[in-house]
Every structure is written in C-alpha cells, then in structure tokens.
Design a protein around this ligand. Structure first.
Ligand SMILES: *[C@@H]1O[C@H](CO)[C@@H](O)[C@H](O)[C@H]1NC(C)=O
Ligand SMILES: *[C@@H]1O[C@H](CO)[C@@H](O)[C@H](O)[C@H]1NC(C)=O
Ligand SMILES: *[C@@H]1O[C@H](CO)[C@@H](O)[C@H](O)[C@H]1NC(C)=O
Ligand SMILES: *[C@@H]1O[C@H](CO)[C@@H](O)[C@H](O)[C@H]1NC(C)=O
Ligand SMILES: *[C@@H]1O[C@H](CO)[C@@H](O)[C@H](O)[C@H]1NC(C)=O
Ligand SMILES: *[C@@H]1O[C@H](CO)[C@@H](O)[C@H](O)[C@H]1NC(C)=O
Ligand SMILES: *[C@@H]1O[C@H](CO)[C@@H](O)[C@H](O)[C@H]1NC(C)=O
Ligand SMILES: *[C@@H]1O[C@H](CO)[C@@H](O)[C@H](O)[C@H]1NC(C)=O
Ligand SMILES: CC(=O)N[C@H]1CO[C@H](CO)[C@@H](O)[C@@H]1O
Length: 502
C-alpha cells in the first residue's frame, strides 16, 4: 500500500483506579519531636527531649501553622413535613406540638395526648393534659421533656425554714429510666424516692430507693463531680409512672449552715445535670429541673396492633415498634423517609443527595429515588460510584500519534510502530514497579525519534508533530497522575490502526 502522508494512531485504553488517599494520621508527639522509642510510641505530654515533653522549654522556637479553612456549607433547606393535623395549632409559645399531641379536640390522638396551652405566661406555656406538668419539648421518638419540682428541706440558725416533697403521677406515660437519674445534694441529707410501677397498678408494687450524703467541710466536696461527698446519684427503675420524693436532715444542718443550708433531691435528665460546690447553696433558688417522660400509643404492643382489628396509628410509609420502657407502641418513618409517621402522608421521601443531614455514600453522582438513592459515575468512569463499593474508576486513553509523511509503510517503520506499541503496552502494566514513569516513556520515545533512518527525524516540517507525540501524550497522562494510580487488570486493550490520509 502506498499512501502520501499517513498517520498511524495507537489508542491505549487503560483503566486507572484513583488510589484512595491514606487516612490522615493524627499527631502523636509535638512537631519536630520523636514519636517513638523502639516500638513504643511516645505520645505528648511524654517526650524524649526538652521541648518535647510537657513542662519543658523548647531549645528553639517551634513554629506551628494552623490552617483554618472556612467552609461555607451550602445550606439546602430541609424539606418541610406536616407536624400537626391540618387546621390545628402547631405551637404553644416556643414549643412545637406534633401530632399525636394536640391542643384542642380533633387535634390530638386521644385524651392522653391533650396539651393545654396556658396563655397567662409569656410566651404561653404548654402543660400535659390538664395538669401542672410543664412541657418544654416533644419529640416524635417518644420523648416528652418536662420540668419537675425539686424536693427541698432548708434551715437557718432557728431551725427549718421551708420544706417541700413533690410527687408526680403520670396517667398514661412513664418516667424515662434511660434519660433520667435520681440525685440528692447536701451535707446533711437523707433522700428517698418512692415509685410505683405502672404495670403493677396501685400500691401493689411500690418501691423505694435512697441517697444519703453527710459531710462537715466544703473543702473536700469535689467541684464539678457528683462523687458521693455532698452529692449522691442513682438510677431509676423501668416502668415508673408515679413517684414521690422526700428529703430530710439528721442534724438540722447545724455547723454547716454557711455552705449547706438545704438538702435537695430530684429526678433530672442526666445530660442536663451538672454539679458544682455552689449547687449546695444555689439550688435554693431553683424551683424546677428538666426531666424526660417516655410516651407511647395505647397499652398494646406492636405485634398485637399489627395483627388485630385494633386501630394502628402508624400511617403510610411508616412502621410500628415497641419502646424500650413500658407498653404501648411507637411509629417511625421507613428508611429513606422522614416526617410525622402518625399523620396520613406524614412521612416524606428524603432527598439523600441534597439533604444536609444525610451523608450519602456516592463518590461522584447521586440520584434521589423514592425511599432511597443511587450512585453513578460520570462519563469516562465506571464502577458503582459508592464510597463503600469500588467508587468510580477512571477510563483513560493514551493516544500516540505517529505521523509518517511521504513514505511507505514498510518493514522498517512497521518496526518503529511496533516499538511505540511496546512502550504503550508497558504503560498499562498492572504492577506499578514494572510500569515506566512518563519520563522514561518520553526518553524511550525520544530515543526512537533520534534513532537512525526514521523518516520523521529528517523532516523539519515534522518537528511540531514530534512535539505533539512527546508532549501531548505526556499531558494526557501526567507523571504525577500516573504515580498515584494503578491500571485496572484485564481492562486494558491495545488498539492499533486508524490510518488516515491527509
Ligand atoms: C518490639 O520490637 C522487637 C524488635 O525490634 C520485636 O522483636 C518485638 O516483638 C516488638 N514488640 C512488640 C510488642 O511489638
Ligand atoms: C421564646 O420565644 C420568645 C418570643 O416569643 C423569644 O424571645 C425567646 O427567645 C424564645 N425562647 C426560646 C428558649 O426559644
Ligand atoms: C467550681 O466550678 C465552677 C464551674 O465549673 C466554677 O465557677 C467555680 O469557681 C468552681 N469552684 C471552686 C471552689 O473551685
Ligand atoms: C432540729 O430542729 C428541731 C426543731 O426545728 C428540733 O426539735 C430538733 O431537736 C433539732 N435536731 C437536732 C439534731 O438539732
Ligand atoms: C391502658 O390501660 C389503663 C389501665 O390498665 C386504662 O386505664 C387506659 O384507659 C388504657 N389506655 C388505653 C389507651 O387503652
Ligand atoms: C397473630 O399472628 C400470629 C402469627 O404471627 C397468628 O398465629 C395469630 O393467629 C394472629 N392473631 C390474630 C388475633 O390475628
Ligand atoms: C409512600 O411514599 C411515596 C413517595 O412519597 C408515595 O408515593 C406513597 O403514596 C406513600 N405511601 C403511602 C401509603 O402513603
Ligand atoms: C453509608 O454507608 C454506611 C456504611 O456502609 C452506612 O452505615 C450508611 O447507612 C450509608 N449511608 C446512607 C445514607 O446510605
Ligand atoms: C442540677 C444543676 O445544678 N443544674 C444546673 C446546671 O447548669 C445550669 C447553668 O449552667 C443551671 O441553670 C442548672 O441549674
């Protein structure tokens, strides 16, 4: 075959797997310090030389740079889902009232879920049913945050000044054993909690638990910890729907009136409890503390409700589950949905791709589906596109243009073309150490170019094309890119051909 001007195009389609960047290592020792001795690691505050361990002075100034990256997170507003029944008040003062709770007839599920909004307060305050338990937050996960009175017994030099022993009865719900603790505070304090288990009915299963703390000096009351000196804590039983708290002193706080004039006892949400030595005095002015109540629907377990004619409060795209504490059941939206499972059409699809509260697992492209989402890869990549899968694998093309001008395809330049093909083949080797760097490739190509008898070496008009051969291919797959990549097994193909005329 004789052609005037011909180029052979070699296309190598390789697959480069983008190597995962190593997990960032956290610093063990101070910058510039040895972090190990033999195979024992030496974490700061330990160190092997001055300046490296805590309390030693650095022999020279150590500069530490901290990069603070200000991230402007794109805020995608969360989807609004219905909270209350249509036409019902959604809030009382600052508190959101989600169905099954409600402020008026037709707005709550049953009488247990009535919330009375008292407008005499500013802002108005919600109370559970018609009682005096004030509600600060209602969650759809079965938690009711309330404020509950503290038991107090206070003295001055003349004797007792005030005392109150609060009690609480929940008709339908129970005190959360998981969220609350029983605490007594004081240096002359005997506190008891008497409870009743809802299941056991009246009087039959009363139980009592107590806390005593006596101390005669503030000096040894630890600040910031409820350790047993001046403060005592214990846990609550499951299933308690009634309690009363009694607190008394043994010696009228005599001798300790200056730092511990009162005894206190209360049930408190563990997360919100803090103790400091000042609590011994300051709680005198606190009337109520936060407590958590577990709520649920009815008296039947989930199984019974699912499998009987009893009305099931769980609406579309939601499911029923039993709470950890007490009887009745709760509902929750199915995976991929969010909202209020107690309302018809209350559970809405989550757009996992744009929702800022969801960490989708796509490395590149995310497509929302009803109740789920899928990951995919952009054009030129393949794989499942998942962080916990194989991610997106880059398809890369190495294009070697070998321009042959004014010549015949003869045995000699066929050999040149084959050598180019061989270099290309090396580039797609699986194992990194066998693969030449782009520098080596360039050198080999340069060697070919300058080797004898090749037509393009003698032809000045081909300089540009030669540069293209050496330059463009290097640009396509840069050395740095190659260094961090691996070529996928079995996926490499070597195509030769594509001769055309110009
Ligand atoms: C510590 O290193 C020595 C050799 O340097 C090795 O024989 C020994 O098993 C290592 N010990 C531990 C606990 O890794
Ligand atoms: C409650 O609402 C009032 C206005 O109605 C507002 O000033 C106040 O900051 C809110 N308090 C809380 C704790 O959200
Ligand atoms: C106890 O801790 C509180 C805060 O944690 C602090 O304000 C107070 O000064 C401390 N009191 C003492 C005696 O250390
Ligand atoms: C405590 O005070 C009461 C009167 O309020 C008194 O009857 C009692 O004896 C006192 N007890 C002690 C131990 O001081
Ligand atoms: C649950 O049981 C109690 C007594 O065991 C009863 O008073 C109450 O009405 C029941 N609640 C429901 C919603 O059935
Ligand atoms: C409830 O379901 C069980 C099996 O899951 C079945 O044996 C039983 O008969 C069902 N009871 C009712 C009242 O439908
Ligand atoms: C569940 O959600 C989907 C998507 O939002 C909706 O099309 C479907 O009607 C819902 N099913 C029920 C029973 O509400
Ligand atoms: C992402 O993957 C992790 C680990 O497999 C999984 O626990 C998590 O639920 C996934 N997140 C989403 C939104 O699918
Ligand atoms: C039980 C108790 O001492 N709680 C206190 C925790 O701290 C807040 C303020 O920081 C007080 O308001 C609570 O009374």
């Amino acid at each position: 075959m004789r052609v005037r001007g011909m180029a052979l195009q070699l296309t190598i389609t390789g697959v480069l797997v983008v190597a995962a960047t190593a997990a960032p290592e956290f610093p063990i020792a101070k910058p510039g310090c040895r972090d190990r001795c033999g195979n024992v690691s030496i974490p700061y505050p330990f160190g092997t030389e001055p300046g490296c361990y805590h309390g030693s002075r650095a022999p020279e100034m150590l500069f530490q740079f901290t990069l603070v990256a200000a991230l402007l997170a794109a805020t995608v507003s969360a989807q609004e889902f219905p909270i209350a029944k249509a036409g019902c008040e959604v809030r009382c003062g600052n508190v959101t009232i989600p169905y099954p709770f409600g402020l008026t007839d037709d707005c709550y599920y049953d009488a247990a879920f009535l919330i009375t909004c008292n407008d005499n307060f500013s802002p108005p305050k919600p109370f559970l049913t018609t009682g005096n338990i004030d509600v600060t937050e209602i969650t759809l996960e079965g938690k009711l945050h309330v404020e509950q009175y503290i038991a107090k017994d206070c003295y001055d030099a003349s004797g007792r000044t005030s005392r109150n022993n609060p009690e609480l009865t929940l008709a339908n719900f129970i005190i959360s054993d998981a969220d609350n603790i029983f605490v007594s505070i004081g240096c002359d304090t005997v506190a008891t909690l008497s409870g009743n288990l809802k299941e056991a009915g009246n009087a039959e299963n009363e139980y009592e638990v107590g806390c005593t703390s006596l101390c005669n000096s503030l000096k040894y009351v630890p600040n910031d910890t409820c350790s047993g000196i001046g403060c005592c804590r214990t846990s609550l039983a499951k299933g308690v729907n009634y309690f009363d708290i009694a607190v008394r002193s043994q010696k009228n706080h005599s001798g300790i009136l200056d730092f511990s004039p009162c005894s206190y006892a209360f049930i408190i949400e563990e997360k919100k409890f803090n103790f400091s030595t000042s609590s011994l005095r300051d709680l005198k002015n606190v009337a109520k503390l936060p407590m958590v109540v577990d709520w649920s629907i009815g008296n039947n377990s989930c199984d019974k409700v699912k499998n009987s004619s009893v009305y099931n409060a769980c609406q579309g795209n939601s499911t029923c589950y039993d709470p950890d504490n007490g009887n009745g059941y709760l509902c929750r939206c199915l995976d991929g949905y969010r909202g209020n499972p107690y309302l018809p059409n209350g559970c809405l699809d989550i757009d996992e791709c744009t929702d800022t509260t969801v960490n989708h697992n796509c490395t590149h492209r995310c497509t929302n589906m009803v109740g789920s989402y899928t990951c995919s890869c952009p054009k030129g990549y393949h794989g499942d596109g998942r962080k916990n899968g194989n991610g997106c694998i880059r398809l890369r093309s190495l294009v070697f243009h070998v321009p042959l001008k004014d010549c015949m395809v003869n045995q000699d330049n066929m050999r040149q073309v084959k050598e180019v093909a061989n270099i290309a083949k090396k580039c797609i080797r699986i194992r990194g150490e066998e693969r030449p760097s782009m520098k080596e490739v360039a050198m080999e190509l340069e060697g070919l170019r300058t080797s004898a008898k090749h037509p393009w070496t003698n032809d000045e008009s081909n300089v540009e094309e030669t540069k293209y051969l050496l330059g463009k291919s290097m640009e396509t797959v840069r050395f740095e890119e190659m260094a961090g990549t691996r070529i996928g097994a079995g996926l490499a193909t070597l195509l030769m051909g594509g001769a055309w005329l110009y």
